[in-house]
Design a binder for this molecule. Structure first.
Ligand code: RUQ
Ligand code: CUA
Length: 659
């Protein structure tokens, strides 16, 4: 009977892998212990212990949750326009989305990384990658706003990004799709000859955070997948996983899975830096957009860059080595000591763990098994610390608890597996619901993981939430990892499709938050420094409305003398100097969107009326008891009508400020 049962369970597990629905897995009722609720309960008025920054996948933006409660506390628009607050629509922010292909309003946002000092989180910036139109963004953690977006040339599918070195010297960006350099027009079948993958190293200014592509390493055509920087002894190195070293350009599902092993690409970035400085590189033409938001003028602007410094491994000996890694590796993760590099072959039934020490010895002793386009390939055995045997199916990503343990997500067998770095023994496994992608431990990819919680980001959630038609939410699951056994505490739905996340102790940044912008430092060219400074100015068919917002009125609130065909710009200054008092601005029939103007800030939106009529405008953020009264009227007359420009509040001023 016992044997029967075990056989059934095994069968069930196999079936579950084949089809999640074919077998009823254990439900949360049976795996969540009785006191789980109290451990995620954050009483009203109390703060969460951690911030959890979660990538938005195909939403293009980043969301922020509190842990352990799983409460959504913020959406940070990054690569996608955000009608809710005007990001990407307002005159001030739209340049953030400029690229060499014009304004690109959407992206696929996969991975996040917090800035580090000495291998530890420093709470300054959050970096985000865009896969589809290769870009890297920097978000300021004092105001949770995107400050900078840098496009990456000679790249496609910017997937192995935006991982950082231990002092945020560099943020990397590696190509998932190889492409010909310089957007060359070549036959697809010339892949082997013409297609290249590139690993870009973006330097980050210590004080301002400003990003710049320091150098771009040009590699043979293949797919760079993920990456992580070395730590401590391996500080000078960066490790990229890659697949499709078969160099297939069609039917990759089959053709890119031919070889038993692909590679972990080990890049000595210190050496690369020296080569770049000593003139070993080539400056080649490349055009890419660099967008920055200036806090002073409160406006984003774009600089089109003209070239990039490339490094060819052929000219740079001892800069790159390849380490064979089984079965199309995905994750490349480095443990807190910097000694172990974990590759995750997504089709493998084991997890290879490489030793940095052994890699160094292998390089010294030239224990190579050959080369890949001139890049030495280290013997697998010579680099290997060992293999985790039978960990589960479909290993993807690994995080660390700082106590000598690693946790790997298993996409196919839907579980998180805990194992020991020293002897590679599997210690525990916990089911996920279902098909887990990335996992995250706050600080889990730094020298100092917090080791308290693990969050699994699941791809498929069939039967976990109330059904909502064909599309179901993606979700996150919170585990307590303080004991020997992982304990599932909570499920919470997420926005878009989360991939990687980052977590950090709330105490690190919560007291540094900007509460409002100092109005005296507002140098927006369209600011109104007080209601007396408000005006409406006509220049040809352009009308600039300098407006203020303060509880509970907009000034001016009556405007006449605007005609069909005019281009009207509303520049709204929020005069409040108080925390949590944004005002909104919207006007009837505007195809544009809402503005959400923070205290002390000016935001502008363009409105081009196409029909005559009276257009009410109002504040969209419930700011006071008289919020509903916070409104006004714009009169739009037919083109050429004899209506003088008038504006004001109370009594309409008869005179105009026409130039
Ligand atoms: S990748 S799980 Cu960008 Cu693994 Cu998503
Ligand atoms: Cu201001 Cu509502």
């Amino acid at each position: 009977m016992h044997i029967m049962k075990r056989a059934l369970i095994t069968l069930c597990a196999v079936a579950a892998v084949a089809s999640l629905q074919s077998c009823k897995m254990k439900t949360a009722d049976s795996v969540v212990s009785g006191d789980a609720a109290s451990r995620v309960y954050v009483a009203p008025g109390k703060y969460d212990e951690f911030y959890n920054f979660v990538s938005g996948g195909f939403s293009g933006n980043v969301t922020v949750y509190g842990l352990p409660s799983g409460r959504l506390i913020k959406t940070i628009p990054v690569f996608s326009v955000f009608p809710e607050n005007g990001y990407g629509y307002s005159e001030e922010t739209k340049a953030m989305l400029n690229t060499t292909n014009g304004k690109v309003d959407w992206d696929d946002q996969h991975h996040l990384e917090l800035s580090q000092t000495n291998g530890k989180q420093d709470g300054r910036w959050l970096f985000a990658n865009a896969n589809n139109t290769p870009r890297v963004a920097r978000i300021d953690l004092t105001n949770f706003r995107t400050q900078e977006i840098l496009q990456i040339p000679n790249s496609a599918g910017n997937h192995s990004s935006p991982f950082t070195t231990e002092n945020t010297e560099y943020v990397v960006a590696g190509t998932r799709f190889s492409v010909p350099l310089g957007d060359a027009d070549v036959p697809i079948s010339s892949f082997k000859k013409n297609f290249k993958s590139t690993a870009s190293f973006i330097s980050v200014d210590k004080n301002s955070g400003h990003m710049k592509i320091a150098f771009q390493i040009v590699l043979p055509g293949m797919n760079l997948d993920l990456s992580h920087a070395g730590k401590g002894p391996s500080h000078d190195w960066f490790f990229f996983s890659c697949y499709n070293t078969e160099q297939a350009y069609t039917m990759l599902e089959v053709n890119a899975s031919q070889k038993d092993k692909d590679f972990i690409v080990a890049v000595n970035w210190k050496k690369a830096e020296e080569y770049a400085k000593s003139g070993k590189g080539h400056i080649v033409p490349a055009s890419y957009a660099h967008n920055t938001f200036d806090e002073n003028t409160q406006k984003a602007s774009t600089v089109m860059e003209k070239d990039v410094l490339t490094l060819d491994p052929k000219d740079c000996p001892d800069m790159i080595y390849m380490i064979p890694c089984p079965k199309s590796p995905h994750g490349a993760d480095v443990d807190p000591t910097g000694e172990y590099i974990v590759g995750s072959g997504k089709l493998a039934a084991l997890i290879p763990v490489f030793s940095f020490d052994k890699i160094q010895t292998a390089i010294k002793n030239k224990s190579f098994e050959g080369d890949f386009y001139g890049i030495p390939v280290i013997k697998y055995e010579a680099a290997l610390h060992g293999e985790v045997k039978k960990p589960g199916l479909g290993p993807l990503h690994t995080e660390f608890d700082g106590k000598g343990n690693a946790y790997t997500s298993m996409f196919l067998s839907s579980e998180v597996v805990k194992w020991r770095l020293s002897d590679l023994q599997v210690l525990d496994r916990a089911p996920t619901y279902y098909s887990v992608g990335h996992i995250m431990i706050p600080g889990g990819d730094t020298r100092e993981p917090s080791g308290k919680y693990l969050v699994a980001y699941d791809k498929i959630t069939k039967d976990r939430y109330l059904p909502t038609g064909p599309e179901l939410c993606q979700s996150a699951q919170l585990y307590d990892i303080t004991g020997d056994k992982m304990q599932l505490l909570l499920d919470f739905p997420t926005t878009g499709e989360p991939h990687y996340g980052q977590g950090l102790p709330a105490s690190m940044i919560k007291d540094k938050q900007v509460k409002y912008f100092d109005i005296n430092k507002n140098h927006n060219e369209f600011v109104s420094m007080g209601e007396k400074k408000t005006k409406v100015v006509r220049t040809g068919n352009r009308v600039d409305v300098y407006m203020t917002a303060i509880r509970s009125h907009l000034t001016p609130d009556n405007i006449e003398g605007v005609f069909v065909g005019d281009e009207v710009y509303f520049h709204v200054t929020n005069l409040e100097q108080d925390w949590d008092i944004p005002h909104g601005f919207a006007i009837k029939n505007s195809p544009s969107v809402d503005l959400l103007i923070m205290p002390g800030e000016t935001q502008s939106i363009k409105f081009s009326p196409v029909k005559q009529g009276i257009y009410p405008f109002y504040c969209t953020d419930f700011c006071s008891a008289l919020h509903q009264e916070m409104s006004g009227y714009l009169r739009v007359s037919p083109k050429g009508a004899n209506v003088p420009l008038k504006f004001g509040s109370g009594v309409i001023a008869p005179e105009t400020a026409a130039k």
